[in-house]
Write a protein that binds this ligand. Sequence first.
Ligand SMILES: [Zn+2]
Length: 100
Amino acid sequence: MEEELRIVPFECQRCWHVWEEDYVVRHQEDQHGNAAEIWLRNGLPVPPPSAAAVCPKCGCQKAKVFPDGYLTRHPELIKQAEPAAPDETPLLSPVRRPLY
Ligand SMILES: [Zn+2]
């Protein structure tokens, strides 16, 4: 039985937060000799990473799973995960009339 640590990157499709989750993948064979993978988190079996992952930031369940090592090749995504500073300019509506 072999165990492998996998760090799976996710991206939230709602707030664009990017985060990673650590999994341990246990490779074993079933009784028919077929290779099977068991995914563990904190020692407990979990479903393989999927789009149902919950965003730690906004709590929504619309995440995208990136392939292993994706963020290593795309470090710019981690920077973009920071929310943009809110625009301090007040929105004036309707447009203020010129003062005569
Ligand atoms: Zn989110």
